[in-house]
Design a protein around this ligand. Structure first.
Ligand SMILES: Nc1ncnc2c1ncn2[C@@H]1O[C@H](COP(=O)(O)OP(=O)(O)OP(=O)(O)O)[C@@H](O)[C@H]1O
Ligand SMILES: [Mg+2]
Length: 410
């Protein structure tokens, strides 16, 4: 039996929340990723380059295609949206006919959807499925040409198109030869450094007519960004300088990610709110970091495919049952085979399991070290980089895996 919770306790929690929450945030939305700030400190160079590249639009000429890349949280999306907003207003002022469409390719990830969305952006409804892709494409070409305009399409997270819909990219880079009155330009954005190499050379040269690189932010730059946002997101005097200082330092360690910095400060505010404190200091930021890290690990593990989860379960079992810090690939494969039989899923070869182990390492869930076993050759020692308790908690959320874990405990 848990502790008795009286209505009074809950009432107190709610009261405390009502009393403090109004004292912490001025506007919480400002601290979320989706908010596009008016000022983007330390991105002046990228801002100006993009503006200069897109400027021909103002005199009715189509700009070059642009390829933007840089690590996650370095302001690519924010800068692009901000520049396009200003450009749109300016085009209205000078009567230049500009249409834009922003697509996040993580969501719009098939050729069909890409062209359906493009059609929609110029007011043409397309059924969710059912038409041949060529028809959706040619309708777009026809409707776009009739508009007699410059059309700028932003393909954010463009690397996502490569898996299922590289032909969307191919068609878009060649679409101008099908248009006579309108012109289309592409802004492609990615945080995947390998993306460009994997492109078809013709697409690559067309897409990369202009390139803008977004370098990671350094701690002092993140501090400026946070100060700006805290000024409008929090009530005056709530955020202590120590909080900003440490949030910037943490985020700088993680490849200078402004998104992480903002998350830290927002969650730190929520920690204060929950505890009924009206000041945010480095202490709340430290707690926020723990919360965020736990959530990301949980999310990564939860969304793993079943085979990878079984491999992780085998590693977990092996380490927790033998009370050692690591296990080897040989030991693991035996256990993996048992569990996959029990779950009645396909049994993969040892080679495939090695690949899955590498994936888990890349995701930062495990650590691998190759050790020499003398004349027996070499083997891989595997250890967990996340506490056992956390792994167990998240794995147990999968009902198939939780049965296995429970059974092994008996
Ligand atoms: N220079 C800046 N000034 C103010 N806020 C910024 C700046 N750069 C980034 N941000 C903020 O940080 C968050 C992440 O930025 P953004 O979404 O533009 O990153 P990104 O480079 O597109 O990352 P990803 O590759 O993960 O999509 C956003 O909330 C954005 O407003
Ligand atoms: Mg982005």
């Amino acid at each position: 039996m848990g502790e008795e919770i009286s209505d009074k306790t809950i009432d107190n929690i709610f009261d405390r929340y009502i009393n403090t929450s109004g004292l912490i945030f001025e506007n919480r939305e400002v601290l979320r990723h989706t908010y596009v700030p008016e000022r983007l400190p330390h991105r002046e160079k990228q801002y100006e380059s993009l503006a200069a590249i897109l400027a021909p639009t103002l005199v009715g000429e189509s700009p070059s295609n642009v390829f933007e890349y840089g690590q996650t949280g370095t302001g690519k999306t924010a800068v692009t949206k901000a520049v396009l907003n200003i450009l749109k207003n300016k085009c209205q002022e000078v009567n230049s006919n500009l249409k834009t469409c922003y697509l996040n390719c993580q969501i719009v990830d098939t050729t069909y959807r890409v062209f359906a969305n493009l059609n929609e952006s110029i007011g043409l409804q397309i059924p969710v499925t059912g038409l041949p892709t060529e028809v959706v494409y040619s309708r777009f070409v026809e409707a776009l040409d009739a508009l007699n305009c410059i059309f700028i399409v932003v393909l954010d997270e463009i690397d996502m198109l490569l898996r299922k819909s590289w032909d969307a990219l191919y068609n878009l880079t060649r679409i101008n030869s099908d248009l006579s009155k309108s012109k289309l330009s592409i802004i492609g954005i990615t945080n995947n450094v390998k993306f460009k190499e994997s492109l078809d050379p013709r697409v690559r040269s067309s897409l990369g007519e202009e390139e803008i690189v977004f370098s990671p932010y350094l701690a002092p730059q993140l501090k400026d960004i946070l100060e700006d946002r805290c000024d409008i997101g929090f009530k005056p005097e709530v955020v202590d300088p120590s909080a900003i200082h440490i949030a910037a330092a943490f985020a700088a360690q993680e490849h200078g990610d402004a998104r992480r910095a903002l998350d830290l400060i927002r969650v730190a505010g929520e920690v204060a709110e929950r505890n009924g404190i009206t000041i945010v200091t480095d202490e709340q930021v430290r707690q926020a970091r723990q919360i965020i890290e736990r959530n990301t690990v949980a999310e990564v593990i939860t969304t793993l495919p079943i085979q990878t989860k079984v491999v992780l379960t085998s590693i977990f079992e092996q380490i927790s049952n033998h009370k050692s810090h690591n296990t080897t690939t040989g030991e693991l494969y035996e256990l993996y085979s048992d569990i996959s039989k029990e779950l009645m899923i396909d049994q993969l070869t040892q080679r495939r399991i090695s690949d899955l182990i590498n994936e888990l390492e890349m995701l930062g869930i495990i650590n691998c070290r190759v050790v020499s076993k003398g004349r027996y050759g070499r083997t891989k020692e595997i250890s967990l980089s996340v506490p056992l308790r956390e792994i167990k908690e998240v794995l147990s959320n999968d009902y198939r895996i939780s049965e296995i874990i429970d059974r092994k405990r008996k």
